[in-house]
Write a protein that binds this ligand. Structure first.
Ligand SMILES: Nc1ncnc2c1ncn2[C@@H]1O[C@H](COP(=O)(O)OP(=O)(O)OP(=O)(O)O)[C@@H](O)[C@H]1O
Length: 242
């Protein structure tokens, strides 16, 4: 194993992974610098979720290496990967997955409460994040009383309360209208930039990828050049990294 450069918070080489015999990643390498917002841009089924799950230590790739802060992740036992996910990573999916019986602040504070932080302190931190994401006034409402975009911003707050090194956002705005999409993305990216949090953002939408500092294309589990739908008629494909 060759150690990655020091300034890469995430560094992965030659990742290959199959789900039950179906290849999802067929040789992907990626590096993400500290504080960078990287978009992984590709069509449905390209392997974006699988790549994020490998980088986040949720699954161990069949082949290849994943390093976080110059330490290998792919060789860690499950308990250590779980601790890494809990302490250093945040995750936002396309669906907010809030607990319906909890209020917005309780949902946002959940990672803190689960790791044993005090109630008052957890509530304060959750409220700060809800305020930063412009939904402070929803703190005492339950998910059923929130709009879809508000629920997704609570999920963003939940991913940020532990001050993670990296947030993985898997199609975080896929279910939102265009105006909400842009608002949620702006709040996520500006919060990440102001707190020096690295973001890996999977999307099939070039407009969403435009919020990132850099985009890498992924097609059929390989680095590729996805073409935005509106440009399919024109001749020039995107470069693999823009
Ligand atoms: N848990 C799983 N079991 C079986 N096959 C899977 C599983 N997860 C992903 N796949 C398959 O692996 C391939 C890559 O899927 P993946 O979800 O990583 O791609 P994606 O780019 O995130 O696509 P989408 O936007 O549709 O989620 C697809 O063919 C998918 O059907």
């Amino acid at each position: 194993m060759v150690a990655p450069p020091d300034n890469d918070v995430l560094w992965a080489r030659a990742l290959r992974h199959s789900h039950g015999g179906d290849p999802a990643l067929a040789g992907v390498s990626v590096n993400v610098r500290a504080g960078e917002i990287l978009a992984v841009l590709g069509p449905r089924g390209a392997g974006k979720t699988t790549l994020l799950r490998c980088l986040a230590g949720q699954i161990v790739p069949d082949e290849g290496e994943v390093w976080f802060n110059s330490a290998p992740v792919h060789t860690l036992p499950e308990a250590s990967r779980e601790a890494l996910r809990r302490d250093r990573f945040g995750w936002i999916g396309g669906d907010a997955r809030l607990l319906p019986e909890l209020t917005a602040w309780e949902n946002a504070a959940l990672p803190l409460l689960l790791r044993g932080d005090g109630h008052r302190r957890s509530r304060g931190t959750a409220q700060e994040w809800l305020d930063r994401l412009d939904i402070g006034d929803t703190a005492r409402r339950r998910p059923a009383d929130l709009s879809r975009a508000q629920r997704q911003r609570v999920a963003v707050a939940r991913s940020l309360v532990t001050a993670p090194a990296v947030v993985f956002a898997d199609e975080p705005t896929a279910a939102l209208h265009r105006a909400d999409r842009s608002h949620v993305l702006r709040t996520l990216t500006s919060a990440a930039r102001s707190h020096d949090i690295t973001v890996v953002l999977a999307t099939s939408d070039p407009e969403v990828a435009g919020h990132a500092d850099r985009a890498m294309g992924l097609v059929d589990g390989r680095p590729g050049a996805p073409m935005p739908a509106q440009d399919r008629e024109s001749a020039s494909p995107w470069p693999a990294s823009v």
